[in-house]
Write a protein that binds this ligand. Structure first.
Ligand SMILES: NC(=O)c1ccc[n+]([C@@H]2O[C@H](COP(=O)([O-])OP(=O)(O)OC[C@H]3O[C@@H](n4cnc5c(N)ncnc54)[C@H](OP(=O)(O)O)[C@@H]3O)[C@@H](O)[C@H]2O)c1
Length: 300
């Protein structure tokens, strides 16, 4: 049977985005506002969020709206509360962008007893998306877009399911070469695998998934991990893209014609790209799915 594609533009769509208070997310939000998307930004710092919202409103194409939702994505209770708030205040949701992310030089635990990188980068998008899924389906066609990374290749042995809280990894915490980088890589690998697996679960529902590698981008990323990390990032900045360039594929995925967005795909520079072999391991993707459902307490 031929697949029927609808024409799509982000103008007038309801777009929720995390991590829009800085870097790639802020650049993407500005572009989406100027293209006429109705934006909801999910942020942890109300003052920063309101300042960003004011900037976005100034750029928004006439008629487009900007709303602020507050959540600390390291807390599952906070995610559940913001999802409830979104469902009450937004009757429609057509694009969910999971972009917030971070890397931590030392092992930190969340209020839920989960290692911080795993909680913020992987479990938060998983939980938030699952809580909003019925609204996305009802608003369909709809899209779920996640900012992954080329850094998923730092997870050289794949996701270490036997050490999900990274007890072993952080015994060598060096942010540049050590366990912290591998842990970050695992979470970005999880973004790619979860995108593919969720895409399969959503076949035929009108909701598609995709994720992206924004390239090496000059942002506030890895600025709170001590002087070695800051020095490394300042050297890397010489080779980095601007935040606007880094946001291009994210914006493109939110705005491109339906036929161009392959369900479950991993994109770089507006092209479908092949991730690492670990990212393509179907049985581990199913295992990740089950673990994620268990750790967030949601089910499809
Ligand atoms: N920069 C790169 O080279 C690069 C490369 C590949 C992939 N990425 C990915 O791109 C995404 C965006 O990163 P970026 O480079 O733009 O970094 P960034 O400038 O540090 O922005 C990170 C965003 O995530 C938010 N965030 C972090 N922890 C949060 C939490 N617990 N609750 C709510 N929001 C939280 C931050 O909020 P605050 O403003 O409150 O801190 C900020 O808005 C991440 O997923 C990252 O893994 C970046």
């Amino acid at each position: 049977m031929m697949t029927e594609y609808t024409n799509w533009t982000v103008e007038g769509k309801y777009v929720m985005i995390t991590g829009a208070t800085s870097g790639i997310g802020f650049a993407a939000a500005k572009e989406l506002a100027s293209r006429g998307a109705n934006l909801g930004i999910i942020a942890r710092n109300p003052i920063k969020a309101n300042e960003v919202a004011a900037e976005l409103k100034a750029l928004a194409r006439s008629g487009a709206t900007v709303d602020v939702f507050i959540a600390d994505l390291s807390s599952q209770q906070s995610i559940r509360e913001v999802a409830k708030d979104i469902l009450q205040r937004w009757p429609k949701l057509e694009v969910m962008i999971n972009n917030a992310g971070a890397m931590y030089d030392t092992r930190k635990m969340t209020v839920d007893g989960i290692e911080m990188t795993w909680a913020v980068n992987h479990l938060a998008p998983c939980l938030l998306t699952m809580l909003l899924l019925d609204r996305l389906k009802a608003s369909g066609p709809a899209r779920i877009i996640t900012t992954a990374s080329h850094g998923h290749k730092m997870a050289r042995v794949g996701i270490r399911f036997e050490d999900l809280n990274a007890n072993k990894l952080y015994s060598f915490p060096n942010i540049v070469f050590g366990g912290a980088s591998v842990r970050y890589g695992e979470t970005k690998l999880a973004n790619i695998m979860f995108t593919a697996e969720l895409g399969k679960h959503l076949e035929g529902t009108g909701v598609r998934t995709a994720c992206l590698d924004p390239g090496l981008v000059s942002t506030n990323f890895n600025q709170e991990n001590g002087w070695v990390a800051r020095l490394t990032m300042s050297v890397l900045k010489r080779f980095s893209r601007t935040a606007e360039k880094g946001a291009e594929t994210l914006v493109w995925l939110a705005d491109c014609d339906e036929a161009l967005m392959i369900n479950g795909g991993y994109y770089k520079d507006q092209q479908l790209t092949i991730p690492s072999a670990h990212a393509q391991n179907v049985s581990n993707a199913k295992r990740l799915w089950n673990v994620s459902m268990e750790q967030t307490g949601v089910h499809l």
